[in-house]
Design a binder for this molecule. Structure first.
Ligand code: FSO
Ligand code: SF4
Length: 533
């Protein structure tokens, strides 16, 4: 009898299922159960809303978004926090008159074990929908803190989550729903792009140092640019510097964030190296989203969480009624720890000491003529989008080797934390363009899509006819949402690694292969040969 059932991320035990007292990510069976209870409550709320033939109200949307985000890998490890949110969802059901609605249905309270024990193809498709919506929730959350939302996205939470509990839905309905989730995620990423650029301006290319100056500093991790903005406002004039970590790196490219002189550089590499890189660090670390790993004792006393991130015993910065946050405890911690005595460089995994970012679609399409001429003249033969999440598997060296081996007349577009496998490499330029173009965070897959659509327009062809190949590294549920987005746009021939998701059944995989020619990565040599011929 298993103690937990979780197979939602790429580091799942034995590539199949985390089922013992603790998952590979450090999540306990109790936390996993608490997250299943929260998910079941959200599904019940969705059933109520659907039965009442209405759209969710603002509080219900907040619960769908933050509740789903809470269950994403490496976000929340605190059972008490998760249970409190479940109680809020149950209170919302009661407030909506939902208890009577549910009592009148065949199942009055959904049990997530119904999903985990379902026919494997139904379980596979419903997992794609559920996990994809967890990814959508992350993006909707970031947009919401900047005051933006989309009714289409908000309403779809009720549609998608209610579908999980519906025993009558077959493959004929669930397969198209996975594509709908992809389209909903495209909308969520679009809203987030508008929110981020509306608040902080359009990203522009910038080179960022990996060297930390002497003196007190704070490391900020995760994806939430609004948290960074608040931290920059509150550290102004304090003598405390701020360094980005992992997915916060692209923040340097936004005009309204880079104008703060204390935003100095980037600390370290991708999320899975944090226990080593933070060991004994003389500074606090603020986690605004995933990916948080269980902290080592040598630095646990200086890790702060905020928003939906939580871990037992770690200090949590609360959010006020109007979104305000008080980071004075983090700033005081930075001053007390004092930082490094001398400049200290945490090099990239290839030994580089600086990285570049800020090549979103505004920047790339700003030089569209140069790009199109380079393609027409033969200087650029192929584009590779090598993007997605990083992780601990040794097989992920594939992505470094792929970029190193890509011919000199090819350009590498990248995004999300997977870029830390190669973003400190200098592989040269093609004309004025660096060969590695970091488009930003995982949600900036939106930018990559805009570039692909613009190139297809310029060359009067479909995206699948472009000299563009997608080599996608996945880890958690935002990557699932992005993959569904790419598929929903009809994009074919995606290579996926380092392994295929455990929740994709053979039948569903067949569907993906037959319709989209999706394939697992093999070796860089073989894949480059296959693509370039
Ligand atoms: Fe990475 Fe973590 Fe951004 Fe993910 S830091 S793994 S796909 O949360 O979201 O790329
Ligand atoms: Fe395992 Fe991933 Fe689930 Fe953690 S999130 S328990 S590593 S499948």
């Amino acid at each position: 009898m298993s103690e937990m059932f979780c197979f939602q991320c790429e580091q799942v035990s034995n590539g199949v299922l985390c089922q013992n007292s603790k998952g590979a990510c450090g999540k306990t069976a109790d936390t996993s159960q608490a997250q299943d209870d929260l998910t079941a409550a959200l599904i019940d709320l969705a059933r109520v809303i659907q039965a009442q033939n209405r759209t969710p109200n603002a509080n219900e949307v907040r619960l769908f978004v933050d509740g789903s985000f809470t269950c994403v890998t490496n976000v929340n490890f605190d059972d008490a926090v998760v249970a409190k949110m479940t109680a809020e969802v149950k209170a919302a059901i009661t407030a909506a008159g939902g208890d009577a609605v549910l009592a009148g249905q065949a199942t009055s309270a959904y049990d997530l074990n119904t999903l985990w024990t379902a026919n494997e193809d139904i379980r596979s498709l419903k997992s794609l929908i559920l996990l994809g919506m967890r990814g959508v929730a992350a993006y909707a959350h970031h947009a919401a803190v900047l005051g933006k939302n989309s009714a289409e996205v908000d309403n779809y939470f009720a549609v998608a989550l209610a579908a999980i509990a519906n025993p009558d839905l077959g493959l004929d309905v669930l397969i198209p729903m996975t594509m709908e989730v992809g389209q909903i995620n495209l909308k969520a990423m679009e809203i987030l792009y508008e929110s981020n650029t509306g608040a902080y301006g359009k990203p522009a290319p910038i080179t960022v140092t990996q060297t930390v100056e002497p003196g007190p500093f704070i490391v900020i991790s995760g994806h939430d640019l609004h948290d960074l903005k608040l931290l920059l406002e509150q550290t102004e004039g304090t003598g405390v510097n701020v360094y980005t970590h992992t997915e916060m790196l692209p923040a340097h490219a936004y005009p309204e964030l880079k104008r703060y002189p204390q935003l100095k550089g980037n600390f370290g590499t991708a999320w899975q190296n944090q226990q080593k890189e933070f060991d004994g660090i003389p500074a606090p670390i603020l986690f605004t989203t995933n990916c948080l790993m269980p902290p080592r004792a040598s630095y646990a006393d200086r890790v702060f969480t905020t928003s939906v991130v939580a871990y037992p015993e770690l200090s949590h910065i609360a959010t006020g009624a109007n979104g305000e946050k008080d980071f004075s405890a983090v700033i005081a911690c930075a001053k007390a720890l004092g930082g490094y005595a001398a400049p200290t460089t945490i090099t990239g995994i290839n030994g580089g000491t600086e990285v570049t970012t800020g090549f979103g679609h505004d920047a790339v399409l700003g030089v569209a003529d140069v790009v199109i001429d380079a393609v027409k003249g033969g200087a650029i033969k192929h584009f590779f989008l090598v993007g997605g999440c990083d992780g601990a598997k040794t097989g992920r060296n594939y992505f470094t080797d792929f970029v190193k081996q890509a011919p000199a007349d090819t350009v590498i577009l990248t995004l999300a934390c997977g870029k830390f496998r190669f973003n400190d490499l200098n592989i040269g330029n093609i004309g004025p363009l660096p060969r590695i173009l970091d488009m930003g965070q995982c949600n900036d897959a939106y930018s990559a899509i805009q570039v692909a659509l613009a190139l297809a327009g310029a060359f009067e062809c479909g995206v699948n006819d472009l000299p563009l190949s997608i080599v996608c590294s996945w880890y958690e549920q935002k990557a699932v949402a992005i993959l569904l987005t790419l598929l929903s746009l009809g994009i074919k021939n995606i290579l996926l690694g380092p392994s295929l998701p455990a929740f994709v059944s053979p039948t569903v995989l067949n569907f993906l292969v037959e319709n989209f020619n999706i394939a697992p990565i093999s070796t860089p040599e073989a894949d480059l040969q296959k693509i370039l011929g």
